[in-house]
Design a protein around this ligand. Sequence first.
Ligand SMILES: Nc1ncnc2c1ncn2[C@@H]1O[C@H](COP(=O)(O)OP(=O)(O)OP(=O)(O)O)[C@@H](O)[C@H]1O
Length: 790
Amino acid sequence: MSPLVDDFLGGKSGLLVAMGPTGSGKTHTVFGTARNPGIVPLTLQKIFSSTDESDTGTEPTRSFCLSMFEILCEGKAERIVDLLSDAADLVLQQSAIIKGLKEVDISNSMDAESLVSRGMLKRSTAATNANSESSRSQCIITLRAIHKNNDLQSEHPLGGSVLTIADLAGAERKKSTGNMGSRLLESNFINNTSMVFGNCLRALLDHQKNQKKTLEKHFKNSMLTRYLRDYLEGKKKMTLILNVKPGDDDYSDTSYLLRQASPYMKIRYTNFDDSSDLAPQKRSSVSLICQENKKKRKVQKPEVLTAEGNDSVDKSDDTKLSERDDFLNSELRRLSRSEEIMKNLFRALWAYSKQKLLESESTAKSLRELLSEKDIQIIELKKELNNLKSCSHEKFPVAERNDALSLGHAALSSASQSNQTHLGSSDVTADDFNLGTEFVVEEVSEELFPSYDCERSSANCEMEGKSVDCDISVTNSVDEQELNLRHLKTDESCTADAFGPECNVEKENIEIMVHVDDKEFDNSESFSEQTFAHDGGVTHGTSHLDYPSDQSLTELHTLPCTKSERASLSPHGCGKKAPMEQSEEELSSNIEVEDVQHYVDIKEVKHHDCPSSSQEASSDTEAVSSSQALVEQQGMGAGDKNPEELESVSGRCEPTVEKTIAEHDNVDGQRPDKANDHASPQKKASTAPTKSCCQAAESTADVKENCPAEGIAADTKENRQAEGGIATDDKKEEGLCASKPSQKTKKPARRLLPMSAMMLKDFTGPHIDAVTDTKRVATVRPFRWVIHSC
Ligand SMILES: Nc1ncnc2c1ncn2[C@@H]1O[C@H](COP(=O)(O)OP(=O)(O)OP(=O)(O)O)[C@@H](O)[C@H]1O
């Protein structure tokens, strides 16, 4: 401390810092006790003792003032507290001057010591596990000497030299101190300040070791180092006191501190009075200084030559100036070389980037050309596509397509006629024409217009909705075999659609069969007579309901089959009629086709009205039951029926047809009450069979309108009526059907005779077989087994 005091008294500023871990005696070293005074009391005593000695008998040439403050943490911030006054927080200015800090003039050591003691009472301390009176702040005491000599006052803005003594808070370990909460924050602040202080010293040492390495400004990181900036930059003298603890447990801390601080002994300070302000200007304007020095040299040289006795001084100055000029010139050459290298580098980069840019432009140009070529190709392709579209429209205009449809129907008609002639009583029916025509249309539509969706599965039932979309046909020749194949496929698909109603029919038929069986076992003679008394051909002109037993047996025989299968009469359509096929061919030739035609027509009507199939079957079975009961009561065979009975029996078909028509009307959204009227028993009794048949014809005509192909099937009913298969009143029929006069005169074709024959084989074969068999009951029982197995 003595060198610092001497410099201080000589007008130079100095700093003393006590540093070390907590509880190592820093405060004790700095302030001491009454018995063992510390550095501060001793310094004060030395200062005033020396002053007294120098000023003995004379007027004092200098005065001293003392200030004391602490830097502590408040949260994450730092603040300065004046320990000698109760003033508000102090502000640290840029020039390391604390604004508002109270300085107390001291004239002797006693007053100064008492003042320091008073300030120590105000310093913030706290008890930790490491120290009962641990310092929680950085305490700084400044002694400023105000010299009455003006030259010395220029060192400090306030005038005079400054001696600074700092008692730093010792670095703390959380484990040793056990600090929590605010104490822990204080520990962080203390440790951070100690770290920054050490970093500043290390940076200063590194800078002094290597002048080219810039001095890092770590002092900005804490208020203490900002205040002590000049000392930490080596501008003023600084002395460190390292306090360590002698305990064995403190060996690591002591070792660490000594290894850390020992290099600081190499720090040298340069005590320039006013050089600190000029140095940055010199560094920033080296070239200007060089030029100025050259000018000075030129100016000074004549003076040196003229001035005697100063030659040696001028020569030494010239040597220094020449050395500096050489240094500056070398620096300039180095800079110019670096500049030239950078210029060449940028030129090379520019040339390379320019070349790449040109290459990219050429590539883009080629790509644009390629794109334009592709565009031209696309335009040409579009033109070709338009030409193709126009050609296709010219080939298949709308009118021609409509004509093609009619021609397709004509072709189908011719094909059907050829089928008739070729196959004789083969399996070509009205439905076959419908389905065949439709599939031709569908196929052509799919070929020409793939987007059209013609559903095949519901070909017959949904013909109305598809006729418009599929109204495109071609007049290509229709292959008969292809027609048959398509016909089979269509039958299968339609079977799937009619599966639900058919199941209901099966149930009804099962009940009927039980009834018939019972009657059979009870009255086998009457049953056989009424059912199978048609030897030599059935000639009566009633509908199939004239043969209630036949009807039931036929239904039973075709029980597993679907309606479409029965309509198509395909020999492979129903695998369960194998037991009946033995005598089919023998019987088919003995039965007139017209008797079966009515049944076919009714089935066709049902076929068009799929939802009514179950009710139709129900009506049929009811008719069968009633017919059976009537036969039993009268004990008459079918062959003995008179025309009235036949008419009454044939009238049982009315509910079937009427219900079908009513349901058809319901489906079309027409008067439901009308359908109910038709279904009521009173209406049944009063309604003539011709009326119902006429209504059925209307329904078929409606179907024919919507579905031209089905019109062929509808025509078969009209043909049948025209041929007199049913005893009808022509006048009454004309009156009832007056609303539809045009529909009665359509299509005088008889194309369905072969199909009728096949149907006849289907549902009359077993009966004939039963007739020819002497054991009729035994023949009937297999049907019963078939029913129960189903
Ligand atoms: N040389 C010494 N002689 C006698 N007692 C000492 C000496 N050094 C330290 N002490 C005692 O040790 C205790 C801690 O000392 P001190 O408070 O000075 O440590 P510190 O380094 O300042 O701690 P902190 O950094 O926590 O303030 C004090 O009670 C002090 O009286």
